[in-house]
Design a protein around this ligand. Structure first.
Ligand code: 2X7
Ligand code: FE2
Length: 294
C-alpha cells in the first residue's frame, strides 16, 4: 500500500532578482560585490532548515507569471533558457535548466478542474519561465537538484476583487493538498512574493550600495510588522481577514494569491511560522518565513 503524500513545509520565498545578483551564482551573468544580506542570510537559514527534511518536490506560485484566463501549470519535463528581468536586465540574466514533476502538476491540474476551476497545462517547451519562479527556486535550492512545479497567478484580484481571488486560492490550495496526498510525495511549497511593495524610482549608481537601501513608507513597514506578528502567532485566520486591506494599502504582491494558496494547501496552520529574516530590496518588504508541518 502506498503511503500518503504530505506538504512538509510552506514558505514565504520572495523573489527580488537582486538577491540572486548579490549571491553571484555561475548561472547569472551580471556580477555584484555584495548586497541585501539581511534577506540573503534569511534564505541561508531557510536552506539550513530544509536540509533536515527529506522532500521530493518544490512547488512555487509566482505573481510574475500572470495568466488572465485560469491557473496554468508548467507542463513539460524540462524548461531551459535564459531569463532576463524586464526592469533590471543589468542585474538578472540567468541561465536556467529546471526539471518539472509533470505527473504531480497534472494531478493538481486535474483536481482543480474537478472543482470547476479554469486550468491549463503549459506544454510549450520554448515557454520562458518568469523570474519570480526562478529566483524563489534558486534561493531556496541553489543546487537545483529537486524537481519543481510552477503555478501561475490568475489576475482575479484586478479583474474582480481580492475576495474572489481569495476564494479561488482556497480551492487551488485544497486541490494542491489533495493531489499531493494521493501522490505519496513529500512537498515544500513556496509563495513567491514580497510583502509591502512601495519602492524607489531611481537606482543608486552602484545597485548594491546598501547606504541607499531602506523602507520608503513607515505605514507600509508597520503593515509588514503586523503581518509578521500574525505569522509568528500562527494566527492565519486574521491574516486572511486583513489580506484585502493589507494588499490595497501596501500595493502588495499578495494580490497574486501565493500566500493564500500556500496557507490553504497547508490547511490554515494555527502553529507559528519560523521567521528566518526580513529586509528591504529597493524599499519593498521581504520576509523569509517557514511553516513546518507537524
Ligand atoms: O519583483 C520584484 C519584487 N517583487 C521586489 C523587489 C525588486 C524587484 O522585483
Ligand atoms: Fe515581484
Amino acid at each position: 500500500m502506498s503511503t500518503k503524500g504530505k506538504i512538509v513545509a510552506g514558505c514565504m520565498a520572495p523573489h527580488p532578482p537582486h538577491l540572486v545578483y548579490g549571491e553571484n551564482p555561475p548561472q547569472n551573468e551580471p556580477k555584484s560585490e555584495c548586497g541585501w544580506e539581511s534577506v540573503r542570510w534569511a534564505y541561508e537559514r531557510l536552506r539550513q532548515s530544509l536540509e533536515d527534511i527529506d522532500y521530493d518536490v518544490l512547488l512555487v506560485h509566482s505573481p510574475h507569471w500572470r495568466t488572465q484566463i485560469g491557473t496554468h501549470f508548467l507542463g513539460c519535463p524540462t524548461f531551459k533558457s535564459k531569463s532576463v528581468d524586464p526592469i533590471f536586465p543589468h542585474l538578472f540574466r540567468f541561465n536556467y535548466d529546471m526539471k518539472v514533476d509533470v505527473d504531480l502538476a497534472r494531478a493538481i491540474h486535474d483536481k482543480a478542474k474537478s472543482k470547476n476551476m479554469l486550468v491549463k497545462m503549459m506544454e510549450n517547451p520554448d515557454f520562458r519561465v518568469d523570474y519570480g519562479t526562478i529566483v524563489s527556486l534558486h534561493m531556496t535550492n541553489p543546487a537545483w537538484d529537486k524537481p519543481v512545479i510552477g503555478i501561475s497567478s490568475v489576475g482575479r484580484a484586478a479583474y474582480f476583487s481580492m475576495d474572489v481571488m481569495q476564494e479561488e486560492m482556497m480551492k487551488l490550495g485544497e486541490a494542491t493538498r489533495e493531489a499531493i496526498e494521493e501522490s505519496g510525495k513529500k512537498c515544500v511549497l513556496l509563495a513567491s512574493h514580497s510583502l509591502s511593495h512601495r519602492h524607489f524610482i531611481e537606482e543608486p549608481e552602484i545597485p548594491e550600495d546598501m547606504s541607499a537601501e531602506h523602507i520608503y513608507h513607515h505605514g507600509q513597514y508597520l503593515w509588514d510588522m503586523k503581518m509578521i506578528d500574525l505569522m509568528k502567532k500562527g494566527d492565519t485566520q486574521t491574516i486572511l481577514d486583513v489580506m484585502t486591506d493589507f494588499t490595497e494599502q501596501t500595493i502588495s504582491e499578495t494580490d497574486g494569491g501565493g500566500m493564500m494558496w500556500m496557507l490553504s494547501a497547508m490547511g490554515m496552520p494555527t502553529y507559528p511560522a519560523k521567521i528566518h529574516g526580513y529586509g528591504t530590496v529597493i524599499g519593498t518588504g521581504n520576509v523569509v518565513a517557514e511553516w513546518r508541518a507537524p
